[in-house]
Design a protein around this ligand. Structure first.
Ligand SMILES: Nc1ncnc2c1ncn2[C@@H]1O[C@H](COP(=O)(O)OP(=O)(O)OP(=O)(O)O)[C@@H](O)[C@H]1O
Ligand SMILES: [Mg+2]
Length: 161
């Protein structure tokens, strides 16, 4: 499957989508999260990490630009790197910080504000677009690779509309 559109009527919907995504994660997956300030990118990532078994606090990587988490995926430990590039000043900063090395076949990378590293950011397997829709959110998931297609094929999500 290449494209899925979902309506999330409240934050519980975002949490349910995060949990659904957590069940289809595979090592090496890169997700871009698009959407305005407050669209729900961090809320979705937090829900995904908690559903994946991370019990600690998930804060927005607003100032650190990236926060690492370790989760167990099919009995293997996998690093999830959660980026928020909003405050990154230039694409060169991305390279200088060594961020490209995090994008390998083992780590899962989730990137808020990928536009800020245009040209240097490794490509996404899955694009997630979050937009405000009334009091809730509209979400579009678009796959760009076999790994991304497989995720969407396996995604089971019953919207709480
Ligand atoms: N489906 C939903 N419907 C309504 N509100 C939601 C929904 N999902 C999340 N929210 C709310 O929207 C806000 C999302 O904030 P969040 O920090 O996740 O945004 P963000 O996209 O990461 O913004 P930023 O670009 O500033 O990092 C939270 O207040 C959360 O409660
Ligand atoms: Mg955020």
């Amino acid at each position: 499957m290449q494209h899925i559109a979902i309506q999330l009527k409240d934050e519980a919907g975002t949490i349910a989508l995060g949990a659904a995504l957590a069940r289809v994660l595979t090592p090496g997956l890169t997700l871009y999260l698009h959407g305005d300030l407050g669209a729900g990118k961090t809320a979705l990532t937090r829900a995904l990490l908690h559903a994946a078994g991370y019990a600690g606090h998930v804060k927005s990587p607003t100032y650190t630009l990236v926060e690492p988490y370790t989760i167990a995926l099919h009995d293997h430990m996998v690093e999830v790197m959660h980026f928020d590039l909003y405050r990154m000043l230039s694409a060169d900063d991305f390279l200088d910080a060594g961020f490209r090395e995090y994008f390998n076949s083992d780590n899962i990378c989730i990137v808020e504000w990928p536009e800020k590293a245009d040209g240097v950011l490794p490509p996404a397997d899955l694009d997630v677009f979050l937009t405000l829709a009334g009091d809730g959110r509209k979400v579009e998931l678009v796959a760009h690779s076999d790994q991304g297609f497989q995720c969407l094929d396996q995604l089971h999500f019953a919207p709480n509309m």
